[in-house]
Design a protein around this ligand. Sequence first.
Ligand code: GRF
Length: 216
Amino acid sequence: MVKDFKVLAFISGRGSNLKSLLDNSRNYKIIGIVSDNPDAPGLQYGETYGVPVHIFSRKNYSNRVEFKRAIFDFAGGKGADLFALAGFMQIVSSDFIELQVGKIINVHPSLLPKYPGLDTHRQVLAAKEKEHGCTVHFVDAGVDTGPIIAQMKLECRAGETEEQLSARVLELEHQLYPWVVNSIAQGRIVLKDNCVVYAADILNQANQRGILIPRC
Ligand code: GRF
């Protein structure tokens, strides 16, 4: 099968979600890996999987605005159908978001809208939450605020450490993110009028996999 749905991935660090996207790319092709961190361990997957890496270093730009302009001008020129943020630590420029409506997604380690931003696992433990999980959402101009596509949940365990909890959530991320990207690549999940619209079979699939779909 020719995978002509092109995904550009963005990372800043470890890249385990990128690896999961690479391992499970049934309906799409990762055409490049963009990193704002020249030392991101996840860049190794470019070589392993034969995917071009595009590294941007803040020190080559006089200010953050120019740095981000370089990243997103480059990204916009790649002809990607989807931009998948996977642990990318830059806020996406608002003009890029306006240009690419419905084409930028992110995976986040909490049940949004709860716990946007960093340190989600620590906050969940401190708040003694009963449940936690992960979210894939379309990116808008806020921090982790765009329309929610899908979530996976787990129950917090008594005495669980932050590391244990984050490892269990990460496993869910690795299932959820490729499922969403494969579904978007098949045109079965789309953003319409700022609302996420799903094909009927997607709802059945989600049900079988324990994936939660919000009502818009
Ligand atoms: C993941 O928890 C992701 O949800 C968050 O950053 C982390 C990245 O991990 N946005 P990795 O680089 O994919 O291993």
